[in-house]
Design a protein around this ligand. Structure first.
Ligand code: ATP
Length: 581
């Protein structure tokens, strides 16, 4: 699994994009001329340092500002290089071949002696390589060209830097800040670019790649590194062939951001693995990582180093151990929770079972009660039906009794003496139930008595209630649909109005038959309101001197009734009674 599969973006593509942008800008400012100028400055710096360090060697002084060819020819014998190296590191080159021809200036740069300069150059390169300084090829003196000259200059400037470091006491780790091809074999010190150091440190720290691995990767070119997907090789190969000044800070910033993002995502992956240990797939023997259940890639198969594999394995072991303990604890908690829930469920089931039984008992009980209620209601309905029949029969019997008593009943009431009549002598001899004996004075001194019979005779002491009591039963017959008529008859002042209505100042005891009859009528109608609805209306008539007058008329004074009756009493008549069954 490659880096591109781990990250949601391609590091190489980001790098290429940044480089392309940088390239575009470089083209604008004419990078070629700038390179040439910078190369010349570096060459002059190297020459100046050599002149100061070794002076004139073999009568051939190195120009202060040599051309590429002059610089290369001045150093091709290896004598200058060996001498300067021995000054920095005494005994680094034990034997320097000083040929007789050294005193001869050969303008065309022809070879002094192939053996001489080959031995010197070889010894110098071996010594330099042992010091871990950047080297070049011996053939670079013959090939010439910008690249070969640049490698030679790079080596000289590395010597210069190393010399300055030693002169300053050699404290700390020496680092060569110039662009150079670092040693490829067993270098004691890493040659890192000063500007790229933060990025490289971060990258090395992130990937846990060893120094040797880094150095070996430096031999790969950019295309090889890019095609393999190894970011380390890609960056190092790219940086190794370029000068410090050619690497804009923007590129390094971008690379730092890429690595920060890379680190952040790796950290995030680790946290996700810790958070969801059961979801993380176990690594397989070929060191490739599988996807988690959420689909995230958790490792790549392109991390090549053994150290990283071991570190990853240890981390995985630690994480697995931690996850095992945590998962055991969680499993135990879940088991306890499940057991608790199972107990609760059992209790709920028992409660539900008891409730069901209770409900069934209640249902049976309610069913029984409901059946009993039904039976009781049925019996009540039967009783009510029987009651209605009985009641109807009772009515019939009641009215038959009234008939037997007589459809026409005549009562006699004797008015007492009024105030101012106490000395008068009454003619009533005796009163007994339905008989009254009247004394008839005789003109010849011999009194006679005469007996009169009525349905009932009320004496002077009879109350209004006693008079009404015998007529009260007729009111019920009215509500059963019978016609009833009660009227009073007698001479003027005999007490008709008093009996039927009452005195002028009415009290509850002095109420007459009319008030009491109407009151009873409404009481009975209210008692029967659930079964019978009554419409009640009243008329009040007066028949006097054969003239009938409506006493309740409102459109005129005592409107005269058109009919004439042979009655001279007040009439109370209940004219309408409608039955609803
Ligand atoms: N039972 C009685 N007890 C006491 N006072 C009575 C009784 N009956 C009648 N009176 C009184 O006798 C007087 C005459 O009675 P009432 O006016 O009822 O007679 P009436 O028959 O209606 O007379 P009229 O035919 O002229 O109208 C009234 O003052 C009345 O209060």
């Amino acid at each position: 699994m490659t880096t591109e599969e781990v990250l949601p973006f391609s590091v190489a593509s980001v790098l290429e994009e940044v480089l392309q942008q940088n390239g575009a800008r470089s083209r604008v400012i004419d990078l070629a001329s700038r390179k040439a100028e910078e190369a010349a400055l570096r060459r002059y710096e190297a020459a100046m340092w050599l002149r100061r360090t070794v002076g004139v060697v073999g009568g051939k002084d190195l120009p202060a500002q040599p051309s590429e060819e002059e610089f290369r020819l001045a150093l091709r014998s290896g004598i200058v290089l060996c001498n300067v190296l021995n000054k920095i590191q005494p005994g680094a080159v034990p034997k320097v071949v000083e040929g007789p021809s050294d005193s001869v200036i050969i303008p065309d740069g022809a070879a002094l002696s192939a053996f001489q300069y080959f031995e010197n150059v070889r010894n110098f390169l071996v010594a330099v390589e042992e010091l871990g300084l950047p080297t070049f090829e011996a053939s670079d003196f013959e090939q010439g060209g910008k690249s070969a000259t640049a490698r030679i200059i790079n080596c000289v400037l590395a010597l210069k830097s190393y010399s300055e470091w030693k002169q300053s006491g050699g404290h700390g780790s020496w680092k060569f800040g110039a662009n150079g091809k670092p040693s490829s074999a067993g270098a004691g010190k890493p040659f890192m670019r000063k500007n790229s150091e933060p990025f490289m440190n971060s990258f090395s720290r992130t990937l846990s790649v060893g120094e040797n691995s880094l150095d070996s990767d430096l031999s790969n070119d950019l295309s090889e590194a890019g095609s393999s997907g190894n970011l380390n090789s890609l960056v190092r190969a790219f940086l190794s062939d370029r000068k410090q000044e050619e690497i804009p800070s923007v590129v390094e910033s971008m690379l730092n951001k890429v690595m920060e993002e890379f680190e952040r995502r790796l950290t995030s992956q680790n946290e996700q693995m810790k958070a969801a240990p059961t979801e993380v797939a176990v690594s397989v023997p070929d060191n490739s990582l599988t996807r988690s259940s959420s689909g995230d890639v958790v490792m790549e198969d392109e991390f090549p180093t053994k150290e990283k594999m071991e570190v990853s394995a240890r981390e995985c072991d630690d994480q697995n151990h931690y996850h095992d303990k945590e998962s055991k604890t969680q499993l135990l908690k879940r088991q306890m929770l499940v057991e608790l829930q199972q107990r609760n469920i059992m209790e709920l089931k028992q409660t539900l079972h008891i409730t069901k039984e209770g409900m069934q008992l209640l249902q049976v009980k309610y069913q029984e009660e409901f059946n009993n209620f039904g039976k009781h209601l049925h019996s009540l309905a039967s009783a009510a039906s029987g009651y209605q029949r009985v009641l109807e029969e009772n009515r019939k019997l009641y009215n038959q009794v009234q008939d037997l008593k007589g459809n026409i009943r005549v009562y006699c009431r004797v008015r007492p003496f009024l105030n101012g009549q106490p000395n008068l002598v009454t003619t009533v001899d005796s009163v007994e139930e339905g008989n009254i004996v009247i004394t008839i004075p005789s003109k010849y001194g011999k009194e006679s008595r005469r007996l009169f019979s009525f349905n009932k005779v009320f004496g002077p002491a009879a109350t209004q209630a006693a008079v009404f009591e015998d007529t009260q039963a007729l009111i019920r017959s009215v509500l059963d649909g019978y016609n009833v008529c009660i009227f009073a008859y007698g001479q003027t002042g005999s007490g008709k109005t008093f009996t039927m209505t009452g005195p002028k100042e009415l009290t509850e005891e002095s109420l007459g038959v009319n008030y009491r009859a109407l009151s009873d009528l409404f009481v009975l109608a209210n008692q029967r309101k659930d079964t019978i609805s009554y419409d009640i209306s009243v008329q009040m008539l007066e028949i006097y001197n054969e003239q009938v007058r409506d006493l309740l008329v409102t459109d005129g004074l005592n409107k005269r009734y058109p009919s004439s009756y042979d009655l001279t009493c007040m009439l109370f008549c209940i004219v309408q009674c409608i039955l609803y069954c």
